[in-house]
Ligand binder design. Structure first.
Ligand code: DUC
Ligand code: ZN
Ligand code: ZN
Ligand code: ZN
Length: 483
């Protein structure tokens, strides 16, 4: 049985051309003119692109006293409805828990996944057990490790732990990721704001200014350089962090930056809304910034100093957000975005001329597959690649609304935004999972995508030279002690 996508224009990260695409057994088998097959999908007037990959989701994750509401069932359904055909979720051991046990917990959650997925492993504590288990985690196809520099007293790792873990990553050919915010400063600012009676959701943004992100991003980059390992900075939200990444890259360091669709289009004025629920629903870390930061992020995507666009999808209901009434620090941090990332980025990026179509494919799919080492199985329209494909209709429109979304929460931070550019078909390993606004997904169809380590030792242009044999100075004039 074969399927042919007919009459469309193939758009990849580097090419745009008219061609039909033939699929068999879940893979792309042929790209060419006038192809025939058992089933024909009409792509007239559409772009045929690699399905989106969201490199950063938190599905059904235990966090801040609750669980994020979208799980692998509603989360992957939401992903597919917006053209995303793979998610990479964070496996999060509680401090002290075995990493392998955390993988088993995650494996128990994925039964109803409708699209393919992979995991990153979070390093939430440090010790010999973690050091040893990291090797087995890599062998199980998870060569990416996330470090929280914030959430003091919960998930945060200190610099000595981060340095040790980065060195371990270098040995294993793994890529470290960082949530870069200075957790000590955030904790001090939070206490100061609460002491002064600032307990509303607007204070969340004051407790996490761009400076704490810029400082932590630069610190993580320098530590990665000393450990000789590349670095991936999640949710880069401000110019200060982007500046640190740009500077590092201009010196030849291999550092990647990941803006979120939320930070690209929503700004800090949302926290000034007099409705408590409105503001609390938008509490995430890092918080929304002012518009000058948005310009910096868009410029980074166009120029290549930032490489990918994610969501950090971590969706809480209004009732869950209300845990923080009277204390903003207890509002569960996180927003949704899985089903809106592609249409919103297309509308605000491609339709405005800020991104080309090819850049859109690069930052939503191909760059991610390359950095996370699952290219060209994912992120490509090539013979042999998985048939994870979105047939994109640039003329289809809708107004984003919680009333018609797939996500299980009761609001949408993009509510009211009109998008132009939506999927006509979404295929996951050849299976038509969305046809216009009809969901045809199959819970359980999604499979784990194991990834290989990638031995990118990052020493080539580094200025860092560890003094392994310090020259000791022999002295005669040693002052007497104990005076
Ligand atoms: N930030 C959030 O807003 N939610 C999940 C974790 C994170 O870092
Ligand atoms: Zn984070
Ligand atoms: Zn996250
Ligand atoms: Zn199936």
């Amino acid at each position: 049985m074969s399927t042919v996508i007919k009459g469309g224009t193939v758009v990849t990260a580097d090419l745009t051309y008219k061609a039909d695409v033939r699929i068999e057994g879940g893979s792309i088998v042929e790209i060419g003119q006038d192809l025939t097959g058992d089933t024909v999908l009409d792509a007239t007037g559409c772009y045929v692109m690699p399905g989106g990959i969201d490199p950063h989701t938190h599905l059904e994750m235990p966090f801040m006293g609750t669980y994020s509401t979208d799980d692998f069932e509603s989360g992957t359904r939401a992903a597919l409805s917006g053209g995303t055909t793979m998610v990479v979720d964070f496996c999060l051991p509680s401090p002290g828990q075995s990493l392998l046990e955390a993988i088993s917990m995650w494996d128990n959650k994925i039964g109803k996944a409708s699209c393919d997925f992979s995991y990153h492993m979070a390093i939430t504590w440090w010790g010999e057990q973690v050091f040893n288990e990291m090797e087995e985690v890599v062998k199980r196809g998870i060569p990416t490790f996330k470090h929280f520099m914030a959430y003091k007293g919960a998930l945060m790792v200190d610099d000595d732990e981060m340095y040790a873990s980065f060195q371990r990553c270098a040995e294993l050919g793994a890529l470290p990721l960082v949530h870069a915010e200075n957790g000590d400063v955030v904790a001090s600012l939070t206490q100061k704001l609460l002491d002064a009676g600032n307990n509303g959701p607007e204070a969340h943004a004051y407790s996490r200014p761009p400076e704490v992100e810029g400082e932590a991003t630069n610190r993580a980059i320098m530590i990665a350089d000393m450990a000789g390992v590349p670095l991936y900075v999640v949710h880069t939200s401000c110019e200060q962090a982007h500046e640190a990444i740009r500077r590092a890259r201009s010196k030849g360091m291999r550092v990647y930056g990941e803006p979120l669709i939320q930070h690209l289009v929503l700004d800090e004025s949302e926290y000034a809304n007099p409705d408590w629920d409105h503001a609390a629903r938008r509490v995430m870390s890092p918080p929304f910034r002012d518009k000058t930061h948005q310009d910096s992020l868009w410029a980074g995507l166009a120029s290549g100093s930032l490489q990918v666009v994610a969501t950090d999808h971590c969706a809480f209901t209004t009732d869950q957000k209300r845990f923080g009434v009277g204390n903003f620090a207890k509002i569960p941090n996180g927003t949704g975005g899985l089903e809106d990332r592609m249409p919103v980025l297309w509308t605000k990026g491609v339709n405005t001329g800020r991104l080309t179509m090819n850049e859109f494919v690069a930052v939503t799919s191909t760059n991610i597959a390359k950095i996370l080492n699952c290219y060209p199985k994912k992120g490509a329209i090539l013979p042999g690649a998985d048939a994870d494909i979105v047939v994109w209709d640039p003329k289809r429109k809708k107004t984003i609304s919680a009333s018609s979304q797939q996500s299980a929460i009761d609001y949408n931070v993009f509510e009211g935004i009109e998008v132009e550019g939506l999927p006509r078909f979404v295929l996951t390993r050849g299976k038509v999972s969305v046809e216009e606004s009809t969901m045809k997904h199959e819970p359980g169809h999604g499979k784990f995508v194991p990834r290989e380590p990638n031995m990118v030792v990052n020493r080539a242009l580094s200025q860092w030279k560890e003094i392994t044999a310090p020259r000791k100075v022999e002295r005669t004039g040693i002052p007497a002690t104990g005076v």
